[in-house]
Design a binder for this molecule. Structure first.
Ligand SMILES: [Zn+2]
Length: 170
């Protein structure tokens, strides 16, 4: 079985039921592991997980923090964000498709779980801020505001145009 960088030796956990293995890891998505949706790409993962043997099963619980980058759905500017995922997953020798993950004899590969969990939790439509108004009005003006020149006489009101044509015979 091919092992990933996220393979953990669980022999100590099996030897002593009830013990927990706590680990923290920060790393960019491993090579070959694509962690991106149409909108958002994960750039860094922070795992803070505990593994605990429970009979024939192994429980993984804790948090995954995902740094990601993707375009704001309104202004389309790239923005960065962090999503915190709290998880509790079960590993079994005979996993249930879509519910539990594979537990090998003496090790567990967390990569499929991490990948699936992250993909499911990446934001679908990020927003750079709640009051994002859309395209940056300074850089992409949609209307041109012309300030009136104070030295210029105000334009004649067309309603008075007829008056300016009246001449007086003296
Ligand atoms: Zn925006």
């Amino acid at each position: 079985m091919a092992t990933s960088a996220l393979t953990v030796d669980i022999t100590p956990l099996k030897r002593k039921p009830g013990t927990q293995h706590h680990f923290e890891l920060s790393f960019p998505p491993p090579e070959g592991v694509v962690l991106e949706t149409a909108e958002v790409r994960a750039t860094q993962l922070h795992l803070d997980l505990k593994l605990e043997g429970a009979g024939e099963e192994l429980i993984a619980f804790g948090q995954i923090l995902v740094d990601w980058t993707g375009p704001c759905r309104r202004c389309l500017e790239d923005r960065d964000g962090t999503t915190t995922i709290t998880l509790r997953e079960v590993f079994q020798a005979r996993p249930v498709e879509g519910e539990t993950y594979l537990l090998a004899e003496n090790e567990v590969d967390l990569e499929p779980m991490v990948r699936e969990t992250v993909l499911l939790n990446l934001p679908v439509a990020p927003l750079c801020s709640e009051d994002c108004a859309g395209p940056d009005p300074d850089r992409f003006p949609t209307t041109v505001v012309v300030e009136p020149d104070p030295d210029e006489p105000p334009p004649a009101d067309p309603r008075w145009a007829a008056l300016s044509e009246i001449t007086f015979n003296e």
